[in-house]
Design a protein around this ligand. Structure first.
Ligand SMILES: Nc1ncnc2c1ncn2[C@@H]1O[C@H](COP(=O)(O)OP(=O)(O)OP(=O)(O)O)[C@@H](O)[C@H]1O
Length: 657
């Protein structure tokens, strides 16, 4: 079972030397994986390129990335294209650890995103092939795992639970036994050095958990357990101390030696880490200054007149050389670019320079198409299994994250108790003034309890980052995500509505407990659907809260309380129909007033304004209320919001940038 972790395509991974592999004199043997009994280790089976009969990972030819930017010059308007990455060619094959280095802003992330197929709005030129084929989006997701620069983990889960869920998304429930899953989990933990932290919670704003470096390592392990063929990592060592950085890079090297292709950007590798790289791609200002065997880089730059001093870390030397932001040691970049472009590096035996190394050419001849069986192995479970995993996760997350359920539950309970006490035994009072009290309590519940759903938005937006990562890596579909969100939101909503109803209705002695509960549950369900949609539409929760509050405020204004429907100006009447608050208020009003046959007369025997509950409903233009239909409309709005939420996620939250 460890083999699945270690070998992305076990069938193609043998201990035999490939026919035409000339070997590599500069090979290092890596003994880094502490293997479980019976697990092949990197050192036992393969050195770079050896033992892998299927050596081609990915190749890019004349790859460039451009984005549209507004023209900046005075008097000029419109947009122009800005090239973030100039045409560059290269490859990373099974067994390789390719390090992409360059100063900040040099285009490393952009290049990585392009290779990993994560560009949405940018124009990507040239070609990128994996095992000789151009991949579709879904093939990309199965073939390539991407570890982004920012960690996006759910804070309420332990390290072990986080990995278990990643395994469930990969294997579902029938493919692996509990023992096999446990073994995969513990092997991944060993690889990233988190065994002792297996039971530690990731941590969030409510609780302390893993350190930044540990989170980084967990993000890596989450992708590692899926055994992807190609791993693309943006700054896997950022925030780590030098020993941890070396540990992580060692694990990645070992992984590469077992047949994976590993491409990673790295900012400031120590000299120990530098020795682990197989290949190096050096970028500055979006231009490639070097691509080739990392051990050839010192000689290459030496040949161009930039000799790395003895006992210096070559990584530090190169980065200082090509950093134009702080040009303390910076050289003439133009010269290096021209030299690279002219093929000077080929002479140094280091550059791609349009010449495919013989093993890549061989693999291209042997294997023209992507092995679809391998790709399908990337995701071995279906929609239902994903729904089960996501539902379990949502339920636990809702229960464990105080901000999602418990804080709201406490707020609703306290407020409902106050409402119940404020309007104590109102139902026994049939004086003319009780009409106003009844209408006010119902408006307050319909408007303010719904309004409080805004509080959940920040958590939706925090969790969106996790969704983006998982969707980008093909863990599950939008449908499974939304369906499990909806189904797991319902129990919490029902409990909150029940607690609120149980406090308000008996204390205030209102009519129709069951209908009141149904209307409040529907209202909270729909409000949460609206906030989910809002959360998907806005870039930041502050904007989302402002937007949600603004819309809810507007809906309250036109729901028929502050101004009766017949008096709403024609230019706003459409909002009255669009606002789901309207239907909640109508259902509450009908539920309360319909059963009241009469109200008391005014003191002195003068008739009151409203003789009966029916008269109140008529005054508020609510004579036509059919409670079931109105609650049904609220629920329909809820499903509409969730459907729109799914559409927005599908179209705009693809995990690409
Ligand atoms: N959508 C965009 N529009 C305009 N410029 C962009 C866009 N995306 C990135 N850039 C610019 O492209 C350059 C390269 O960005 P990129 O994030 O790839 O750099 P990087 O080398 O990964 O930097 P760092 O090491 O700091 O993460 C930067 O100058 C950045 O401002």
């Amino acid at each position: 079972m460890e083999e699945e972790l270690n070998a992305p395509d076990g069938a193609q991974y043998t201990a035999e030397e490939p026919e035409e592999d000339a070997g590599d004199p500069g090979v290092r043997t890596v003994e880094l994986i502490e293997s479980a009994p019976g697990v092949r280790t990197a050192s036992a089976d393969c050195e770079r390129g050896k033992g892998i009969t299927h050596p081609l990972g990915c190749e890019w030819v004349d790859l460039s990335v451009s984005v549209r930017v507004k023209k900046r010059n005075k008097g000029e308007r419109g947009v122009t294209m800005k090239q973030l990455v100039q045409p560059t060619s290269g490859y990373a094959q099974s067994g390789d650890l390719l390090a992409v280095m360059g100063p900040s802003g040099s285009g490393k992330t952009t290049l990585l995103d392009a290779i990993a197929g994560r560009m949405k709005s940018a124009a990507v030129g040239g070609s990128i092939t994996f095992d000789g084929s151009v991949l579709t989006d879904s093939q990309h997701q199965a073939f390539v795992s991407y570890v982004a620069q920012e960690d996006s983990l759910l804070g309420v889960f332990t390290v072990s639970e986080t990995l278990r869920m990643a395994l469930r998304f990969r294997y579902g429930y029938n493919m692996k036994s509990e023992a096999e899953l446990k073994s995969l989990e513990s092997h991944a933990l060993k690889l990233v050095g988190l065994t002792s932290a297996a039971g530690t919670k990731v941590g969030d704003i409510f609780r302390k958990g893993l350190s930044g470096g540990q989170k980084r390592r967990l993000s890596l392990a989450v992708e590692l357990v899926k055994a992807p063929k190609v791993m693309v990592l943006d700054e896997p060592t950022s925030g780590l101390d030098s020993a941890s950085a070396f540990g992580i890079m060692s694990s990645l090297t070992a992984l590469a030696k077992l047949g994976h292709t590993v491409i990673a950007t790295i900012h400031q590798p120590s000299s120990d880490v530098w020795t682990l790289f197989d290949k190096l791609l050096l970028l500055s200002e979006g231009r490639t200054l070097f691509f080739g065997e990392s051990r050839a880089a010192v000689g290459y730059f030496g040949a161009l007149g930039h000799q790395c001093p003895e006992l210096s870390n070559p990584a530090d030397f190169f980065l200082a050389l090509i950093n134009t932001d702080f040009p303390l040691h910076a050289c003439d970049l133009g010269y290096l670019q021209r030299a690279y472009g002219k093929g000077a590096p080929a002479a140094a035996g280091s550059a791609y320079a349009g010449l495919l190394p013989h093993e890549v050419a061989l693999a291209k001849r042997q294997k023209k198409h992507v092995d679809l069986d391998v790709l399908h192995a990337g995701k071995a479970c279906g929609f239902l299994a994903d729904c089960v995993t996501l539902s379990k996760r949502n339920l636990l997350n809702n229960l464990r994250n105080p901000g999602i359920f418990w804080v709201r539950f406490a707020m609703y309970t306290m407020l409902s108790l106050m409402i119940g006490l404020m309007y104590l035994e109102l139902g026994d009072d049939f004086s003319p003034s009780s009409v106003l009290s009844r209408i006010n309590i119902l408006f307050f519940v319909a408007a303010f309890l719904v309004f409080m759903s805004v509080a959940v938005l920040p958590f939706f937006i925090i969790e969106r980052a996790t969704f983006l990562r998982e969707r980008g890596n093909g863990s599950y579909s939008v449908g499974a995500f939304v369906l499990s969100n909806v189904s797991m939101a319902l129990p919490g909503i029902f409990v909150i509505a029940l607690a609120s109803t149980a406090l308000i209705v008996p204390l205030a002695k209102l009519n129709g407990f069951g209908i009141y509960l149904a209307a409040l549950t529907a209202a909270l369900f729909t409000a949460e659907g609206f906030m989910s949609l809002t959360g998907a539409l806005v870039p930041h929760y502050i904007i989302g809260i402002a937007l949600g509050a603004g819309v809810f405020g507007f809906f309250m204004l036109v729901e028929g309380f502050f101004i009766v429907k017949d008096d709403i100006p024609p230019w706003f009447i459409w909002v009255h129909y669009l606002a789901f608050h309207t239907y909640i208020f109508r259902a509450f009003m009908a539920n309360e007033f319909e059963p009241i046959a009469s109200f008391d007369e005014l003191p002195g025997g003068a008739p009151a304004q409203f003789s009966s509950g029916r008269a109140v409903l008529e005054f508020y233009s609510m004579a036509d209320v059919a409670i079931g239909r109105d609650i049904g409309i609220v629920v329909a709005f809820g499903f509409f919001f969730y459907a729109m939420y799914a559409v927005v996620l599908q179209l705009f939250h693809t995990g690409k940038r």
